[in-house]
Design a protein around this ligand. Structure first.
Ligand SMILES: Nc1ncnc2c1ncn2[C@@H]1O[C@H](COP(=O)(O)OP(=O)(O)OP(=O)(O)O)[C@@H](O)[C@H]1O
Ligand SMILES: Nc1ncnc2c1ncn2[C@@H]1O[C@H](COP(=O)(O)OP(=O)(O)OP(=O)(O)O)[C@@H](O)[C@H]1O
Ligand SMILES: [Mg+2]
Ligand SMILES: [Mg+2]
Lengths: 231, 231
């Protein structure tokens, strides 16, 4: 479902030039659960944002569900994102003047969903991350880990088939972290494809495959025992 | 050096009322390395921000270095912070329109420090977190873990005697995380008092004492083997 060929990403600005991705190629099949790991600054978030159509590569090809992303216009990319992709940002990107409820409901806005259906879906996903009791709060009235869980809820509310999560447990204690991972594993067993960037080796083990990045390149791919068991 | 008696913190806003700290009392002596742990939302950041004079308690007493914080005016609190406290925020709070160098130099601005001395201190602390090569970047040109390391560098540049760190390794791989912890341990052995909020049990173990919070109260205090060995 995700086919990346020889992707390069350069950031060019005044006084700076960073070659964040230096020729990355990988394929992710429908239903896989892939972890992306590597040291701080090695290109994980950059890769994920290209996968999620948040950003474009400087060179190379990216096909998603057989659609070549090269030719896509801005509104076409937005449509694919809205319909198929759930994205959890490393820095959450919640909207401060909206309540938790409205933040999580945002991905459903462009769809023709009834008010009752929106309420049902938002409340379901909020209770899955233990945040239903805070639906009327603003993001700046929440703790760091609570904001992280709202960002996760928002990514999942539209039942996306491709879920991209950038460091979903960095601000969570192990009980909440385990709860988030169990939720992702359940969605994966229900058919969603998951790509998770993480620094936590306890959780990268939950994936069936681990892709290790270093200095903008893939240096190793490891199949976990989970995938070797033919699970 | 830190004496907290029966601290309560209420947040009151439209539609919401949170009793974030419900009677917390603790003492931290000069030179200690204390970890604060507990589930997401239990009050850790709130407690740390009161300790760091970023926020005030709703009830209760807080003395820092024998100074009663009750009577302090805003500029007096600011002066104590600038002279004695280094603070790492959970969400970094870097300034987007300043370079990395100027962000880290900020705590030195109010002091009568020469330009050469500022350059020397900023570059020293930047190399201690492996970020010297990025001193001309803006924060939004950095990865999440790189931003975290800049926030840490800024907290340490003024050689504070009280270092308060809120989740310093949440966005870091283990090598960078270990490097940050080694730096904190070195500063502690040089005499700094450190209070660290963390979800990472590998790192809470580096502290000589662990304070466990739950629902705004202290539920346990554990002395690590480190302190039992009289280290
Ligand atoms: N400005 C605010 N207004 C209202 N409630 C708040 C505000 N800031 C924090 N809270 C609430 O106070 C409680 C404690 O928050 P705090 O940030 O101290 O938690 P924490 O232990 O640091 O959590 P985490 O591990 O997720 O960072 C939470 O329930 C939070 O929702
Ligand atoms: N807008 C930008 N302009 C310039 N350079 C950038 C920009 N965004 C990221 N970079 C650089 O690209 C590199 C990769 O960044 P990326 O955010 O992908 O790292 P990461 O692997 O996610 O790191 P972390 O684990 O710290 O989150 C870094 O060296 C970073 O400084
Ligand atoms: Mg990142
Ligand atoms: Mg916190």
């Amino acid at each position: 479902v995700v086919e990346i060929k020889n992707i390069h990403k350069h950031y060019d600005g005044q006084q700076i030039e960073t070659h964040a991705l230096q020729g990355v190629s990988l394929t992710i099949n429908q239903g896989e659960f892939v972890a992306i790991t590597g040291p701080s600054g090695c290109g994980k978030s950059t890769l994920l944002s290209i996968m999620g159509l948040m950003d474009t590569a400087s060179e190379g090809d990216y096909k998603i569900s057989n659609i070549d992303t090269h030719g896509l216009k801005v509104d076409q990319r937005t449509q694919i994102r809205n319909q198929h992709i759930g994205y959890v940002f490393q820095s959450f990107n919640l909207i401060d003047h909206l309540t938790v409820f409205d933040n999580v409901a945002l991905p459903l806005e462009h769809r023709k969903t009834s008010k009752e259906e929106i309420k049902k879906r938002v409340e379901k996903v909020l209770s899955q991350v233990d945040m239903l009791h805070r639906k009327s709060y603003r993001p700046n009235q929440l703790s760091g880990g609570q904001q992280q869980r709202i960002a996760i809820a928002r990514a999942l509310v539209g039942s996306p088939d491709l879920i991209l999560v950038d460091e979903p447990t960095g601000n969570l204690d192990s009980k909440n972290g385990d709860q988030v991972m169990a939720l992702l594993e359940k969605l994966n067993s229900d058919g969603a494809t998951i790509v998770m960037v993480t620094h936590d080796s306890r959780y990268s083990r939950c994936a069936s495959r681990q892709i290790q990045l270093l200095d903008g390149k893939i240096v190793a791919q490891i199949n976990s025992e989970k995938s070797l068991q033919g699970v």
